[in-house]
Design a protein around this ligand. Structure first.
Ligand code: GRF
Length: 202
């Protein structure tokens, strides 16, 4: 399966996918990496892996819709079977949903439906949950609200900081992402309402 990954930062989730794709039995290949900003480690990781990259900055476009269309057009050029948002800090818009609906997954460092948005680990810590985790979901037009593909639980330690907690979540998150993307690539998947099933699309 052809996978395009969108990143905005360090790209450790991307790196986990790149490493997994080295195994021909994994069933997926990262064919491009896109970002909403330049100069990030995620793009350097793609370069080191010899994977084509592209950057589309919102500020370079007259409207958000134009940015969204440019992003969608560029992603479409790589003919992805699956688009993975891994630490991508922009909300994709209607054009993206129309073009790739149902084939875009996003990883979130909290147990949905808890703590959607940009500060999952911080909100989990502030709330005082004893268990948090990460979620992989199929992107819909909400914010971190789509049908869930996979989740992993992570215990919160009494002395956790946001950073220590997020790092521990990311360890589980990378394993969750590699496992789920590999299954989606090898087995296929279908979304039926709020249920995501692996296996050939019936
Ligand atoms: C991940 O935890 C992702 O869920 C969150 O930001 C982090 C990105 O990490 N949105 P990386 O860029 O993959 O290292």
């Amino acid at each position: 399966a052809r996978v395009v990954v969108l990143v905005s930062g360090s790209g450790t989730n991307l790196q986990a996918l790149l490493d997994a794709c080295d195994d021909p039995a994994y069933g997926a290949r990262v064919v491009a990496v896109g970002a909403d900003r330049g100069g990030i480690e995620g793009l350097a990781r793609a370069d080191r892996a010899g994977v084509p990259t592209f950057v589309k900055k919102v500020k370079d476009f007259t409207t958000r819709e134009h940015w969204d269309r440019a992003m969608a057009d560029t992603v479409a050029n790589f003919e992805p079977d699956l688009v993975v948002l891994a630490g991508f800090m922009k909300l994709v818009g209607q054009e993206f949903h129309d073009r790739f609906g149902g084939r875009v997954v996003n990883t979130h460092p909290a147990l949905s439906p808890s703590f959607p948005g940009m500060h999952g680990p911080a909100e989990a810590l502030a709330y005082g949950v004893k268990v948090t985790g990460c979620t992989l979901f199929v992107v819909d037009d909400g914010i971190d609200t789509g049908p869930i593909v996979a989740q992993r639980a992570v215990e919160v330690a009494d002395d956790d900081t946001v950073e220590s907690l997020h790092e521990r979540i990311k360890t589980e998150e990378r394993a969750m992402l590699v496992d789920a993307v590999g299954r989606m690539a090898r087995e296929g998947f279908a979304v039926d309402g709020r249920t995501v099933r692996f296996g050939p699309v019936r």
